[in-house]
Every structure is written in structure tokens, then in C-alpha cells.
Design a protein around this ligand. Structure first.
Ligand code: S3P
Length: 450
């Protein structure tokens, strides 16, 4: 929805090549964590490059509601005056996390071991998503949750008065669940342990260490084990947020499928727990290069160059790679439609509980664009039409999901006929400058609201 609640229909059509430099915004995962960890230490954390998408703005507002001083000094330049581990105050009103699963789940974790209550809600998408995956482990700390049927928002969490540490094996590969447990473990005495079968994005572990917590990571027979020593005194930090690889995916993939394109995306965070898409694209034959590889603020970073790649081939994406590219399957399925042969994406059941059911959203829209897609409960296969081979000419439903909206607009930039999305409003949750950035590269996007 647009800011006035009316859907913003938008259409993309093919034009000339996409060329130039794409400066994508700050990483969404790291931005949420910078605000939350800043609120959990005493003193001022300074953040530059913060993503000012609606999801992160909702988390900033929530941190203020829990008692932190949150100040915007300029574009992307923020400070958080924290209250310390265990120091959250009880919010006076409902915490509205908007569209953000990461925001609500991490904040629930951070407050669950404080002696306060808080009630959480969100938009229609977030209210349909399962919260039991976080409230189950939070109950082991001593927190209680009361929500709607199926563990849905609105939901009240009554924080543990006397929290105990927890040893938890995550049943789903989810960095949000892992992070909620670790953030709750901060205010529990002793050691909190989380074991995950497959390593998911590790920004929480890296940043907790940066803030001064003791975090040990080891490989064990059952997977990847993280041990946090509770009740640390976190020290305020200066954080430069790297640019978001999940946002970079859109101009990069657009360049691969629009004839003649050559786009440079500088300063992209390339944490290996996030970079699975780029490995996959290279296996498909994409012309991608990584320049100026370096480390910034504890995260690997590089400049990414993508050029039109007319000879990409479909592949079977290894299911064990899913966690490192979980948000990139929608845009990968678009690239797959412009490759030769089938791209099989298996082991991706989690896509069904994202901002929308992303398997169904992409399969439905791609079929409307003339692409053959097969799906099972936890996989989908896109039968590629080769470069320039996608008919397009459809209006696709965005389903309150930013990544679905952006994926179909990228599809329209390379399809034979224009592709529309019924509502481009959700793009503002993660990539508020998507439209000016893409049109700056040469894309043609039109708003057609009556
Ligand atoms: C995120 C984790 C992922 C991802 C989301 C951001 C995070 O969700 O899809 O966009 O910042 O921890 P899951 O942990 O549910 O897989």
C-alpha cells in the first residue's frame, strides 16, 4: 500500500541497457540488530548507513517505546542511547512492527527476559505469520505468550521475572529464531546455547561479540552450536552498516537479463551466510565479478559488477544452500525464466511463511507471464525460456511482499511485453529508493494509478 493506504500499481517495460553505479541501501538484518543491540547497552551507539526502510523505522520506534533514546541526525545517520541488558521499560502502547518478521521476532526475544509485558501487532501479512517458532523457546526462559490461534499476532509477551538460561536446538533453519533466543539469553544468568542444523545468517553472533559479549561458535555432530554467556555488560559501538546483498540482488539480476547491461554495485556485504545467490548465478553462467574485496566492521565487503549474460543455463540449486539465499529465491526464479532449461529450487519450505507464500506468489505470477512452473510443498522448478524469451504481459499480485513486487518489475524490464504489479507500496519496507535507483540505470517504470 502507499502511504495513504491505496495500492500503487506499477508497470515495468523493456527499454535500453541498464548501465551505471547502483548504490543500494544499508543491510536490513544488520540495521535491525544495530538498533536493538544499541538499545541494550548503556551509552550512545552511533550508526551510519542505517536502512531507512519502513521495517527498520518500525524497529527504531519500538526501541524508543522500550525506553531507549533514538535520534536521527541525518540520512542513515542515527544514534541510540541504550538502557542496558535487562533495562527495557514497559511500553505504554501496542508495539506495531508493520510488515517486519525480523523486527517483531528479535524484539520479542530481547524483551522476553525482562520483567515487563508488551503487546505486538503488525500489518495483515505479519499478522498471518507464525510466532510459535519464537514463543516456544522463549517459554523455556520463563516468558509467557498469549496470542491468536496458531500463534498469530496480536500477541502479548509477559517477560520472565526470574529467567533461566536455555539450551535449544532450532527445529527450523531460521536466523530470526536463533537471534531471538540469543537476545533473550543476554538477560539470563549462565550460558544460553542454540544449536542449528544448518548455519543461518550470523550477524547477531558477530555483532554481539562486537558489543563485548562472550559468544563461542563450534561445529558439533548435530550442527552449528552457539554459546552465549549471559548478563554481559555491552559497550556502545560505532557501526557502519554495509549495503544489503538482498537489495543488491535486484539491480544485479536485472543487469544479467536486460540486453547490453553493465552495472556496478559497490560496497556490498558478502557475509558467506548471505551470499548463496551469487554462487548460484555464477553456476548458471552469469557474468559477475567481485572487485576490491575487503573487510569492513567485521563483515566481508566487495564491489559487484554484473553484465548481461545471454547464455545462462538452469541448474539444480543445492538445498543446503537455501539458508544463505533464502530471500533471493523470488528474484532467482525470474532469472531462471530467462535461462535455458530448468532451474530446480528444492528444500525451500520456509518460503511459504515469508511476507507472503513466495512459492505460490512467484509460480502464479510467472505462469501469468507465460512461464511454466512446477511446484511441490517445499520446492519449485522454473522452465527457462532463454534470453528474451519470456512473454510477460501480465498484472502480478505483490501480496504485501516487497521482494515479490520488485521481482516482477525486474521481470518486466526484460520480458517481451510489460509486466505490472498491483501494488508497489511494500517495496518501501526494504528498498525505499528502488524506483529512482532502477530508473537511474535506465529502467522504465510507470505508476498507473487512474
Ligand atoms: C532474517 C532472517 C531470515 C530472512 C529475513 C531476515 C534476519 O528469516 O528471511 O528477511 O534478519 O534474521 P528467517 O530467520 O525466518 O529465515
Amino acid at each position: 500500500m502507499g502511504s495513504h493506504g491505496t495500492p500503487e500499481k506499477m508497470t515495468a517495460q523493456s527499454a535500453g541497457p541498464l548501465t551505471g553505479v547502483a548504490e543500494v541501501p544499508g543491510d536490513k538484518s544488520i540495521s535491525h540488530r544495530a538498533l536493538i543491540l544499541g538499545a541494550l547497552c548503556v551509552g550512545e551507539t552511533r550508526i551510519s548507513g542505517l536502512l531507512e526502510g519502513q521495517d527498520v523505522l518500525d524497529t527504531a520506534r519500538a526501541m524508543a517505546a522500550f525506553g531507549a533514546g533514538v535520534t536521527r541526525h541525518g540520512p542513515g545517520d542515527w544514534s541510540v542511547d541504550g538502557v542496558g541488558v535487562g533495562g527495557f521499560a514497559e511500553p505504554e502502547d501496542v508495539i506495531d512492527c508493520g510488515n517486519s518478521g525480523t523486527g517483531v521476532r528479535l524484539i520479542m526475544g530481547a524483551m522476553a527476559t525482562c520483567p515487563i509485558s508488551a503487546t505486538f501487532t503488525g500489518d495483515a501479512s505479519l499478522r498471518s505469520r507464525p510466532m510459535g517458532r519464537v514463543t516456544d523457546p522463549l517459554a523455556l526462559f520463563g516468558a509467557r505468550a498469549v496470542g491468536r490461534a496458531g500463534g498469530r499476532l496480536p500477541m502479548t509477551i509477559v517477560g520472565a521475572e526470574d529467567p533461566v538460561p536455555v539450551d535449544y536446538a532450532t527445529p527450523v533453519a531460521s536466523a530470526q529464531v536463533k537471534s531471538a533466543v540469543l537476545l533473550a539469553g543476554l538477560n539470563a544468568p549462565g550460558r544460553t546455547v542454540v544449536t542449528e542444523r544448518v548455519a543461518t545468517r550470523d550477524h547477531t553472533e558477530r555483532m554481539l561479540r562486537g558489543f563485548g559479549a562472550e559468544v563461542a561458535v563450534e561445529e558439533v555432530a548435530s550442527g552449528h552450536r552457539i554459546t552465549l554467556t549471559g548478563r554481559p555488560e555491552l559497550k556502545p559501538q560505532v557501526i557502519a552498516v554495509p549495503r544489503d546483498p538482498s537489495s543488491a540482488a535486484f539491480p544485479v539480476c536485472a543487469a544479467l537479463i536486460v540486453p547490453g547491461s553493465d552495472v556496478l554495485v559497490p560496497n556490498i556485504g558478502l557475509n558467506p551466510t548471505r551470499a548463496g545467490l551469487f554462487t548460484t548465478l555464477q553456476e548458471m553462467g552469469a557474468d559477475l565479478s567481485f572487485e576490491n574485496e575487503r573487510e569492513e566492521g567485521g563483515e566481508p565487503v566487495a564491489d559487484l559488477r554484473a553484465r548481461f549474460s545471454p547464455d545462462m543455463k538452469g541448474i539444480a540449486v543445492p538445498p543446503e544452500r537455501a539458508a544463505s539465499m533464502i530471500d533471493e529465491y523470488p528474484i532467482l526464479s525470474v532469472v531462471a525464466a530467462f535461462a535455458e532449461g530448468a532451474t530446480v529450487m528444492a528444500g525451500v519450505h520456509e518460503l511459504r511463511v515469508k511476507e507472503s507464500d513466495r512459492i505460490d506468489a512467484m509460480a502464479t505470477g510467472l505462469r501469468a507471464c507465460g512461464v511454466t512452473v512446477d511446484e511441490t510443498e517445499d520446492s519449485f522448478t522454473v522452465h527457462g525460456q532463454g534470453a528474451g524469451g519470456v512473454p510477460g504481459g501480465a498484472i502480478c499480485a505483490a501480496r504485501l511482499d516487497h521482494r515479490i513486487a520488485m521481482s516482477f518489475l525486474i521481470c518486466g524490464m526484460a520480458a517481451k511485453r510489460p509486466v505490472s504489479v498491483d501494488d508497489a507500496g511494500p517495496i518501501a519496507t526494504s528498498f525505499p529508493i528502488f524506483v529512482p535507483l532502477m530508473t537511474g540505470l535506465g529502467a522504465v517504470l510507470t505508476r498507473d494509478n487512474g
